[in-house]
Structure formats: C-alpha cells, structure tokens
Design a protein around this ligand. Structure first.
Ligand code: C5P
Length: 222
C-alpha cells in the first residue's frame, strides 16, 4: 500500500443508509452501518487523497482530515453528490441508498385506526448513475451487494450505471457485508476481475484503494 497513491486526488465517498420520512416520527431505512464507506475514507486519506464523505445517519466517528457532509434522505444525498462534482476526481458510492421513498411525507404523526394501511412509494434517484453520466464525470466506483448470482448482477450494474469499477459483495453470508467488521469482495471492471480474500474492512479498504488507484492512473494515462 503506497502512502502517496492518491496524492492530490479529490475523492468523494457516500456511506451508510438513507432515511425516507413517512411522517415526523417514522421512516423507512435499511441495516447499512456505514463501516465500509468510512473505512474507505480513512484509507483514501492515508493514500494522500482529499476526502469528502457524504454520510447518511450512522453511529460512526469521522476519520481525521475528512470533510464530512451529513444527510438523511436519498434526495439530500443526491443533492450533496451533485454539488460535490465541481471538485471531484473520483467518486465511490458505498451508501445503501433507499430505492423508494414515501410519495408524501404526512405532516402530522399518523394515528392508528384501520386494521391495515398502505404507503405509496416512489423511486429515488440513482445517485451513482447520475454521477457517472454527468458531463463532469469523475472516475466512478460502485458497490453491488447481492444475495445470489453476485458476479453476474454486479457486471450488469457496471454496464447499466456506466461505472468504471464495481465492488461485488455477497451479503447472504452474515460474516461479510452490511453490519459486519469484515468483508470479502470481487473487484470487477470492463475486461477483468480480481477477488479479495476475507479481511477487516480496514485492511480490505487499503487493498481496494491500491487497486482503484492503479485503475484510476491508467484511465488518466489513456
Ligand atoms: O442498484 P444497487 O442499489 O444495487 O446499486 C448499488 C450501487 O449503486 C452502490 O454503489 C450504491 O451506492 C449506488 N446507488 C446509488 N443510488 C441509488 C441506488 C444505488 O448511488 N438510488
């Protein structure tokens, strides 16, 4: 791991879940802890990068020398990501963005009455796809958390979202992914892939960042 691999590179990382409000006291969210995104932010700082971390609601302390922007909802994360592009060479989407949000946020707390109720949901913006198709497109890296056919779904997302790299993560195994302190992944790009063995999210982030830095440099050279 080279301590200058990302010298002078502006890196933006999204991390954690998003929260989609139903009413003033309730929301829809997921189990993302933010650990992977925060570990990547730390490793990117160690590699010499200037790091902006766009964080959903997580119970984690920011790594030193990271500029942190706290957001709640996918729409806020989307806005923060778009605003960051003016000064972004590399974008890593590690957040578990909610795919849907309630169509309306009810103004007052919803009272219980009927035996059943339903909430209409609408699609959230795909943040990383918007980043990768932006005119000021940075080198863009996504994650694919899957419970089956991990590699083939990840390859589909690499193409569909127009990413440079995707990090495939099998979350059917509770030893890795989401709330775990450890992870094992496969890095996939157009034309190749590389498996990375089970390690702590800190160690794995250093391996990922050196792979990412190499691919980033090659993309600049061509
Ligand atoms: O489509 P899926 O959610 O599996 O894609 C995962 C990748 O896309 C991750 O990098 C995630 O951060 C990103 N994503 C996003 N905005 C969304 C959904 C996913 O940036 N609305």
């Amino acid at each position: 791991f080279q301590s200058n691999a990302l010298d002078g590179v502006n890196v933006v990382i999204t991390a954690g879940p998003t929260r989609e409000a139903i009413d003033p006291v309730r929301y829809i969210s997921n189990h993302s802890s933010g650990k992977m995104g925060f570990a990547l932010a730390q490793a990117a700082v160690e590699a010499g990068a200037s790091v902006t971390l766009i964080a959903g609601p997580v119970a984690l302390v920011s790594p030193e020398r990271v500029k942190r922007i706290d957001v709640d909802s996918a729409e806020q994360m989307h806005q923060a990501a778009m605003d960051s592009l003016a000064n972004c060479d590399m974008f890593i989407g590690a957040a578990a963005v909610a795919d849907y949000r309630p169509a309306q946020i009810v103004e007052q707390k919803i009272k219980k009455s009927a035996d059943s109720m339903s909430i209409e949901l609408v699609r959230n913006p795909d943040i990383i796809a918007a980043v990768a198709s932006h005119p000021q497109r940075p080198f863009t890296i996504g994650f694919a958390a899957e419970t089956q056919d991990v590699i083939s779904y990840a390859k589909g997302k690499l193409a569909k979202k127009k990413l440079d790299l995707i990090i495939a993560n099998d979350v059917s195994d509770s030893e890795i992914g989401f709330n775990s302190d450890n992870n094992a992944v496969t890095v996939i790009w157009n034309g190749g892939e590389k498996a990375m063995a089970l390690a702590s999210k800190q160690q794995l982030s250093r391996c990922l960042l050196s792979e990412i830095a190499e691919k980033y440099k090659n993309s600049r050279a061509t």
